[in-house]
Design a protein around this ligand. Structure first.
Ligand SMILES: N[C@@H](CCC[C@H](N)C(=O)O)C(=O)O
Length: 320
């Protein structure tokens, strides 16, 4: 590299939920919130719903103990905030690792801040990718309400490794213009904010949804959001004796969700690489992140998600 501030990137999407991947195997990048916001900006940057830094677990203090996985997905929201889990981002990152030969196709384990996830990538460069998302947790606070378009609805608290508030409506158009963020109450139920799903049933196992993502705004699709919607739709049903298949239609495309008898959820969706190149970063890329700087999330401890004891957590997967 002649210019030390020029860094390779890959751009892609899953159901039009788009991301910039920054390969950083040896953990040399310093990604400030400002840098992330600039990269995600659709006019002055590359444009994306989030940044996925691909780093080897062994090189990153946040992931160094997650020895079951080789790669860590360091996910950042466009507002610069850290995210624990991103379904569509993980589909894309897995596709990238296989396509560039950093991992064999088939089963791979990728570490996230919500724990290690098992992903299956077909050996064909184009086919859909599947993630074992673990078991959702619905034991969060009750009495949640969401206000949008001047109306207030009850919502279901779902933890998919990241926090969701799921609202069921007759028609998702009732949420109107989601450029204004919905209000979720009580705020104390979501100390780190929430992604809100507006969901309409289209058939027994067919949902339509729009999503306002924490730290992003309305997105064309959200993998954890689709899983949260299915989990909320099944909130009062026992675990099925056989796997149950759902289709979730979002503005950017369809995601497939399977609820297994164990209660664990599989997410299947497209993962499409659209571009690659180099981008100017404002921070030098040749200095390591100091060990102490990345401790905030690691100190939460294994098996702990942002909002509580998510059951597909690092601890459970590491044991399995
Ligand atoms: N688009 C993602 C979710 C990304 C994280 C979210 N914005 C958060 O703050 O938790 C998905 O596909 O799951």
């Amino acid at each position: 590299m002649t210019d030390p501030a020029l860094h390779p990137f890959v751009k892609g999407h899953g159901a039009e939920n788009d991301f910039v991947i920054l390969p950083d195997p040896e953990n040399h990048l310093i990604l400030t919130p400002e840098e992330v916001a600039r990269l995600c900006d659709r006019r002055t940057g590359l444009g994306a719903d989030g940044i996925l830094r691909a780093v080897r677990c062994a090189a990153d203090p946040e992931a160094i103990t997650m020895t079951d996985a080789e790669w860590f997905m360091d996910y950042r929201n466009p507002d610069g905030g850290l995210g624990a889990m991103c379904g569509n981002g993980l589909l894309l990152l897995a596709r990238y690792l296989v396509d560039v030969g950093l991992h064999r196709p088939g089963a791979l384990l990728i570490a996230t801040r919500a724990g290690t996830r098992r992903v299956h990538v077909p050996d064909d460069h184009t086919g859909p990718v599947t993630i074992d998302m673990g078991r959702p947790c619905l034991s969060g606070a009750g009495g949640i309400e969401v206000t949008a378009a001047g109306r207030t609805w009850p919502a279901v608290h779902v933890d998919m490794g990241n926090p969701h508030a799921v609202v069921f409506l007759e028609d998702t158009a009732l949420a109107e213009d989601l450029r204004t963020a919905p209000t979720v109450t009580p705020a104390a139920a979501y100390p780190h904010g929430a992604t809100v799903e507006f969901v309409a049933a289209r058939g027994p196992h067919h949902l339509q949804l729009r999503v306002h993502e924490r730290g992003v705004g309305e997105t064309r699709a959200c993998g954890t959001g689709a899983c949260a919607a299915v989990a909320a739709a099944r909130a009062h049903q026992p675990s099925p004796p056989l796997a149950v298949h759902y289709a979730a239609d979002l503005p950017g495309g369809r995601l497939h969700i399977v609820v297994r008898p164990s209660g664990a959820i599989d997410l299947t969706g497209p993962a499409v690489i659209t571009a690659q190149g180099t981008v100017h970063l404002t921070q030098p890329s040749d200095s390591k992140l100091p060990m102490g700087a990345a401790r905030t999330w690691a100190q939460r401890g294994s098996g702990e998600s942002e909002t509580g004891p998510f059951r597909g957590s690092r601890a459970e997967h590491a044991q399995g």
